[in-house]
Design a protein around this ligand. Structure first.
Ligand code: FAD
Length: 412
């Protein structure tokens, strides 16, 4: 049966546009089906330096530089009087980026999608995938266009980059319960009007509630004087029973220094609320398909790892599919895609677990603010370099976190 394309990609978020562009550049025929019209809002606005390496390889950087996004070189962590500045350039890597951007995703994702389409990728907005039949070399996709008309697309292979849509996990029954407890995110955009001369717009500000270490906030400034503000707390927390979400948000902001920093801020978007955003899958690949980015799963927003994992998975999958296209038959998706991808995701997972049980917060605030290798190892993962096995903190994350925590715990 003649195929309409070599590879069908579901979704034109960062994972979808990037895998499509990399495959197209290598000579494959790619069709991307995207359910929405772009630009569209999506949360996930603070990038990590490691994702720049993939964006550069895909040829996206000139267009991103032209867009004038907010430069980002690190993170500031605050909890009451405790304060720690992390500079991503002070990392363990010998090559690769040490800086990145903070982006409004509507604009960022639109640029990536446009660049892929401009290069020749067949990218169709307003096309929602509703059903699939997967078999390596012979896949069938059913989709609906804006007018509600149903059509089919035949492809050699399906890449699911549908993010929170999680198309293949749902259609193929691959979803499994995430390991973490359900948390809720409340977030908005503000015209921030921050006039504190000490405030550094080149860094994401992560604030921890002074009395509740499981409640934390992000402040992500953009280059146009606006910022993204959000707070994470346990979903259904009895402390907030009976309160409306805007009241919870306002109260939590007022209980930290953010209340002063944002005293003159004006909210420009309606407050949004998402709960149960963590997701996991039984497997990441199978006969004729692979899952990328959030379609495969999502850990937690705390280290801004989402887009970096999405782009890393896109690059790994593109390399596999290019090798396959070149006629190599000895491709093992489990060994060469799933296993190495999961290695880095597990590193982030250990960081996330150590954040919520307090160990990582202790390490961040108490580790000597020096230029030691240990500090560089910690910073490297915060900069997104979670797959570099040369970094002992990647190779043996839990053991090193334990050791660092012991070293950083003040003697009582
Ligand atoms: P997406 O960006 O979700 O793109 C998927 C696309 O697929 C969408 O455009 C969608 O319309 C399309 N689609 C869905 N269903 C279908 C269908 N049936 N047919 C066709 N198309 C379909 N990450 C960071 O890196 N930094 C952060 O600061 C950050 N903050 C976050 C804060 C919160 C509260 C949360 C919940 C997440 C955060 N993330 C962050 C994670 C980030 O949002 C995601 O990891 C990232 O968007 C994943 O990219 P993606 O390409 O996999 O999917």
């Amino acid at each position: 049966m003649r195929q309409d394309c070599d590879i069908a990609v579901i979704g034109a978020g960062p994972a979808g546009s990037t895998v499509a562009k990399l495959l197209h550049d290598a000579g494959l025929r790619v069709t991307v089906l995207e359910a929405q019209e772009f630009p569209r809002f999506v949360i996930g606005e603070s990038l990590l330096p490691n994702c720049m390496n993939v964006l550069e390889r895909a040829g996206f950087l000139p267009a991103l530089e032209k867009a004038g996004f907010q430069h980002k070189n690190g993170a500031v962590f605050e909890c009451g009087k405790k304060h720690r500045t992390i500079d991503f350039r002070q990392n363990f890597e010998t090559t690769g980026w040490g800086t990145t951007y903070q982006v409004k995703r509507a604009e960022f994702d639109h640029i990536l999608a446009n660049e892929a389409a401009r290069a020749g990728v067949d990218l169709r907005f307003d096309h929602t995938v509703t059903a699939v039949q997967t078999s390596d070399g012979d896949c069938l996709i059913t989709y609906q266009d804006k007018a509600g008309a149903t059509s089919e697309l035949r492809a050699g292979f399906i890449v699911d980059a549908s993010g929170y849509g999680r198309v293949l996990p749902k259609l193929l029954g691959l979803a499994r319960a995430p390991q973490s407890i359900a948390r809720r995110a409340l977030f908005t955009h503000v015209n921030d009007r921050i006039d504190d001369p000490g405030y550094d717009r080149d860094k994401i500000l992560i604030t921890i509630h002074p009395d509740r270490h499981d409640i934390w906030y992000w402040l992500i400034p953009f280059s146009d004087g606006t910022a993204s503000v959000g707070v994470i707390y346990p979903d259904g927390d009895p402390e907030f029973t009976g309160m409306g979400e805007q009241d919870i948000f306002d109260r939590l902001i007022s209980e930290t220094r953010l209340g002063h920093l944002l005293a003159n801020a004006k909210q420009t978007r309606q407050l949004q609320s998402i709960a149960g955003y963590s997701a996991d899958s039984e497997k990441l690949c199978g006969d004729g398909y692979v899952l990328l980015g959030n379609a495969a799963g999502f850990l937690d927003p705390v280290f801004s790892s989402g887009v970096t994992i999405a782009l890393h998975s896109a690059e790994l999958a593109a390399d596999m599919l290019i090798t396959r296209h070149q006629g190599h038959t000895d491709i093992d998706w489990e060994t060469d895609f799933a296993k190495p991808l999961i290695q880095g995701v597990e590193t982030f997972r250990s960081y996330v677990d150590a954040w919520y049980d307090g160990r990582l917060q202790t390490i961040i605030f108490e580790q000597p603010d020096d230029d030691s290798q240990l500090k560089r190892m910690v910073v490297s993962i915060l900069a997104g370099y979670a797959w570099n096995m040369e970094n002992p903190l990647v190779a043996k994350t839990d053991r090193y976190l334990e050791m660092l925590h012991d070293l950083c715990t003040p003697a009582s």
